[in-house]
Design a binder for this molecule. Structure first.
Ligand code: HEC
Ligand code: HEC
Length: 228
């Protein structure tokens, strides 16, 4: 089955080839940098699959994240954070919908951001969250949507309030004539709320609603297409 909206997975790791810090065998434990990169790739896949309304792909990535090996040499205080990522990711079951998948991505993003804030670790992104100005037409509009959501995500997982807010503001300020009916309007309203969100928790909540709104419109198109 072909997903209606094809998203390119942008792997935003700063340096995927960094040397391993520990020689633990694959399968039981992963060196911290490898583990972090793998988490990022899996949760990016979940996020992009939700946006593309591909529930199965989101579920597969979530299961993999839930089954991640331990992080080698993780200090005890990391335990609860890593367990939270796993618990959220283990949520896939018969009640898995695009809505719950969107919330799961948001919950995980909140935990990534919370732990990075508390440990001072985390990825660095070489931009301030502001997406490039949108190009003409539906495609340009969607590419801008995607770039803005990427910026919000980066801000969420690095607990960088301003990075998140700049991206959300750009999404909320997109030319209104391109806001496509009630779904488009809802998305712009949510982005406006996101730009004002004060806490990591509220940023995560509204991020989940934003990607659920993307998914809802894309899923509708899928349904139209399948019915043809
Ligand atoms: C237990 C706390 C904790 C959690 C939870 C956590 N991280 Fe990290 N992360 C860290 C720390 C600490 C570093 C810095 C590691 C280092 O360089 O020693 C880091 C670094 C990173 C890096 C940069 C790796 C590099 O050096 O290139 C990425 C990417 C990353 N984390 C992604 C994520 C994502 C995505 C999540 C959520 C799925 C996540 N992390 C959850 C603690 C955490
Ligand atoms: C009002 C409906 C609607 C909303 C809301 C919406 N999209 Fe789209 N999107 C579309 C349509 C229509 C297409 C074209 C898909 C097709 O050809 O079936 C599309 C395609 C895309 C594409 C593929 C563009 C390409 O490269 O061809 C991306 C990426 C995308 N959307 C991202 C997003 C993101 C991110 C959001 C949420 C912030 C979002 N969209 C919200 C209707 C919508």
């Amino acid at each position: 089955m072909k997903a209606p909206v094809v998203l390119l997975l942008a792997v935003s790791c700063a340096n995927p080839s960094s040397p391993a810090r520990s020689a633990s065998p694959e399968g039981t434990e992963l060196p911290v940098t490898t583990a972090m990169h793998r988490q990022l790739i899996l949760v990016d896949t979940m996020r992009e699959s939700v946006i593309a309304a591909d529930l199965d792909a989101a579920g597969r990535a979530s299961r993999k994240l839930a089954a991640m090996p331990e992080v080698a040499g993780a200090p005890p205080e990391w335990g609860p954070w890593l367990a939270r990522v796993r618990d959220s990711a283990a949520r896939v079951d018969d009640t898995w919908t695009l809505q719950t998948a969107a919330r799961t991505v948001a919950d995980i993003g909140r935990t990534c951001g919370g732990c990075h804030a508390s440990t001072g670790g985390g990825p660095r992104f070489g931009n301030d969250g502001t997406p490039a100005a949108p190009k003409e037409g539906l495609r340009g509009h969607m590419v801008h949507h995607k770039a803005a959501v990427d910026g919000m995500w980066e801000g969420l997982i690095t607990a960088d309030t301003l990075h998140f807010a700049r991206a959300a503001k750009a999404l909320s300020e997109e030319r209104p004539e391109l806001a496509d009916g009630p779904q488009g309007k809802r998305l712009h309203d949510l982005a406006g709320q996101a730009a004002k969100a004060k806490s990591l928790a509220s940023r995560a909540d509204v991020f989940g609603e934003v990607i659920a709104a993307c998914a809802e419109c894309h899923a509708g198109r899928d349904a139209v297409r399948k019915g043809q």
